[in-house]
Design a protein around this ligand. Structure first.
Ligand SMILES: [Zn+2]
Length: 414
């Protein structure tokens, strides 16, 4: 083709893409479905296989066991020194923190927020392709942005007594400095149907609060965590019932915070404090038992056409001996911690990946770390038949799709 004609062809193609972006990107979905695929993502902050596996073996997480049995599961590679805002922003953009703008809890002196995002996130890409989107309690989604559906912010929401938005838990009515709900007209409805719920888990008590009142503070704090989780469960149930969307992203954040200071450690572990670490040794595993009940509620909304992903941004492990003591502080710097996730080698704290759905293999465990936090957005776009934009660094997890007897490299059929 002469170069001028070729240029004209490119120009026409560019015009076509500019005017019909959705049609230009959509191709056949992996399961060839005529209806739009339905995807529910349950994000867990810091789900740790070391704690999950014994619970699964003992039959104490029946819902998660069911999903693992009927789907694909494995570890998920995270990045160096992972934390929640960094990884959730990677889940949504498939770009590294220094590219997408969310480099940590605090960015240039300000708590991470959606105004800082420099890469187009999944919710926007899906909305622009006419996929309906519902999001609740996803970290670093404050202030909420308009989507083709609804968005309710999560961790890092600002509010009364939480002006910096750093790991505190304002109620819906206490939110300040931006909108926590899109569309705003949904606020009175949520207040009436779900109640004035807590947006995130409570900040950990400080060393000063604990001193001399260890047991009382632990039990009181854990009671607040349980109340938050129950409110979230009710919220998720309401949203999935009354506002079903093609794509739904729901997140629970209490596990990680409990793990940081109540991980079931032994006297030989770094940071062991007999006064504190003998009060409630089940506090952390109990979080996963409770998470399994939330999953049970979500599973009521999962039918044979739904793809369900359960993902975590990282795991969490007890501290090691050789680290400097000043590193042993929580995100806000006031609570002594006994477990953490921001290890320099992210492979020390891989996240969780579990998928189940009409086009997902069954009973397959992926060995090693071929799946990464960068792969979530491209894989979700693929399910909707949308080509991942070039800036995305991850890949489509093609090995999870297909029938169970097809083995891909790196997979093992049980
Ligand atoms: Zn954490």
């Amino acid at each position: 083709m002469p170069w001028k004609l070729r240029c004209l062809a490119y120009l026409l193609f560019a015009v076509f893409i500019a005017f019909f972006p959705a049609q230009g990107q959509v191709r056949q979905t992996p399961n060839g479905a005529h209806t739009r695929p339905r995807v529910i993502v349950l994000g867990v902050n810091g789900a740790e296989w070391d704690i999950l596996r014994p619970l699964l073996v003992r039959g104490e997480m029946p819902n998660l066991a069911r999903v693992i049995e009927r789907g694909v599961s494995g570890k998920m590679r995270t990045i160096s020194a992972p934390n929640c805002p960094k990884i959730y922003s990677i889940f949504e953009t498939s770009t590294p923190p220094e590219e997408n703008g969310i480099t940590g809890f605090i960015v240039h002196g300000t708590t991470a927020n959606t105004g800082m995002l420099r890469s187009e996130p999944l919710w926007s890409l899906l909305s622009n392709s006419r996929v309906t989107v519902g999001m609740a309690n996803v970290p670093a989604t404050f202030p909420v942005k308009p989507v083709n559906g609804y968005m309710i912010s999560g961790m890092l929401t600002r509010g009364k007594n939480c002006e910096d938005g750093l790991l505190c838990s304002p109620k819906l009515s206490e939110v300040q400095g931006g909108d926590a709900v899109y569309p705003p007209t949904m606020v009175p409805e949520l207040e009436a149907k779900v109640g004035d719920f807590l947006i995130d888990c409570a900040r950990m008590p400080s060393a000063k609060d604990l001193l001399g009142h260890e047991a009382a503070v632990v039990y009181e704090w854990l009671a607040r965590v349980s109340a938050t989780r129950e409110q979230q469960r009710k919220l998720f149930d309401y949203l999935l019932t009354d506002h079903p969307t093609d794509f739904t992203f729901l997140v629970q954040s209490c596990e990680d915070r409990v793990g940081h200071w109540l991980y079931p450690i032994q006297p030989y572990n770094v940071g062991y404090d007999r006064k504190l670490n003998t009060i409630q040794v089940n506090a952390f595993p109990d979080q996963y038992r409770a998470l399994d009940k939330v999953l049970g509620t979500i599973l009521k909304h999962v039918n044979e056409n739904t793809t369900l992903l359960i993902i975590s941004d990282h795991g969490i492990k007890p501290l090691r001996e050789k680290e400097p003591h000043e590193a042993h502080r929580d995100h806000a710097g006031t609570t002594p911690i006994i477990a953490k996730h921001d290890f320099e080698d992210g492979d020390d704290v891989p996240g969780v990946f579990v998928a189940m759905g009409p086009s997902i293999k069954k009973g397959v465990r992926i060995m090693g770390l071929p799946m990464s936090v960068f792969d979530i957005a491209p894989t979700i776009l693929y399910i909707y038949g949308i080509t991942p934009p070039e800036q995305m660094k991850g890949r489509i997890l093609t090995e999870i799709f297909g029938s169970s007897d097809e083995t891909a490299s790196g997979t093992l059929v049980r």
